[in-house]
Design a protein around this ligand. Structure first.
Ligand code: PEP
Ligand code: MN
Length: 342
């Protein structure tokens, strides 16, 4: 619940309120300008609400129905900003991230990092641990892949986002990446989410294949409740009855989430549609809808990619995409952060 404080409350009333809250088992978070309100985690029953409403320091008690207290806007009205390398998510600038689906070899990720930096993109993506639908498909290069990507990113002044599939991989991924990605298939892996609460690195949480916004926000809440406030939400398409595309991009998630949560929201048009020539229009839609960033797959030779080749942009398409996204961002009072690279 949310307590609106009475600015005319007598001296000592605030102190008495704080003591009472602690006794009743509430955890208090400051909310609103200049301490004008307090967000509470704890018993939300009618008797507790009535007890608090009677206190002199309290002007109003507002029950908050959302179960995602930390991720929700109610206690945290201002947008969260999350620094990643030299970029910041959740501010005015829209942050692009790009790279291959998977880290394929040391040479290849260096070439990809060079292209990413040359385009001005600040964050390099690439999976070293790959969640593949088939156990016979390429599963990623693991720690070798992490090392190659870190070296490539350092050579070109980039930050790294890469997937962590299992809690046992967290230490290695933390050592090599600025952002830890949770894949769609792991969005409700609650033990992984809880472990990421202690990782001390921003987490990019992809939307589950059939997750509602509330389920997704509750997954973010797991990370936050375990100590990590830096969660970035990534809309990557959901499973629907449609078969013409790999997934269905839920563009409505972007503005709805921005109302429900203070966390940055980015879009992944590559996985959302899975078809190369539709990635650019979808990315444009995501930024127009207000996304704080866009993560996209590209490849020097998509025909030979070890995974997700059909959705990988050609390098020249990445440049076209960035210039179009910058135009759209400017039309809505933002701009694309193209200061990436050394
Ligand atoms: C990926 O980013 O390469 C990936 C596997 O994404 P998702 O979990 O959204 O399918
Ligand atoms: Mn992929």
């Amino acid at each position: 619940m949310l307590l609106i404080l009475d600015p005319q409350a007598p001296e000592g009333a605030l102190e008495a309120l704080r003591e009472r809250l602690a006794r009743m088992g509430f955890v208090a978070h400051a909310a609103g300008e200049g301490g004008s309100a307090i967000g509470l985690l704890g018993p939300g029953d009618a008797a507790s609400r009535a007890e608090l409403a009677a206190l002199p320091a309290v002007r109003q008690v507002i029950p908050v129905s959302e179960p995602y207290r930390l991720a929700g806007r109610a206690f945290h009205p201002e947008a969260s900003r999350i620094a990643v390398g030299r970029a910041e998510l959740g501010g005015r600038a829209v942050v692009p991230m790009a790279g291959p689906c998977a880290v394929e070899s040391r040479e290849h990720i260096f070439e990809m990092a060079r292209l990413v930096a040359q385009a001005g993109v600040p964050v390099l993506r690439g999976g070293a641990y790959k969640p593949r639908s088939s156990p016979y498909a390429f599963q990623g290069h693991g720690v070798d892949g992490l090392r190659w990507m870190r070296d490539a990113a350092d050579a070109f002044g980039l930050a790294v986002v890469t997937e962590v599939m299992d809690a046992s991989q967290i230490p290695a991924v933390v050592e090599h990446a600025e952002i830890l990605q949770v894949g769609a298939r792991n969005m409700q892996n609650f033990t992984l989410l809880a472990a990421l609460g202690k990782a001390g690195r921003p987490v990019m949480l992809k939307r589950g294949l059939s997750a509602t916004l509330q389920e997704w926000l509750m997954a973010a809440e797991y990370v936050m409740a375990n100590g990590n406030p830096d969660v970035i939400l990534c809309e990557r398409g959901i499973r629907t009855f449609e078969t013409a595309t790999r997934n269905t991009f839920d563009v409505s998630a972007v503005p709805v989430l921005q109302q429900l949560t203070h966390l940055p929201v980015i879009v992944d048009p590559s996985h959302a549609i899975g078809v190369r020539d539709k990635v650019i229009p979808l990315a444009r839609a995501g930024i127009a809808a207000g996304a704080d960033g866009c993560i996209v797959e590209f490849h020097t030779c998509p025909e030979e990619a070890l995974s997700d080749g059909p959705q990988a942009l050609y390098p020249e398409q990445l440049r076209q995409l960035l210039s179009e996204l910058d135009g759209i961002a400017r039309a809505i009072g933002r701009e694309l952060d193209l200061r990436g690279g050394a």
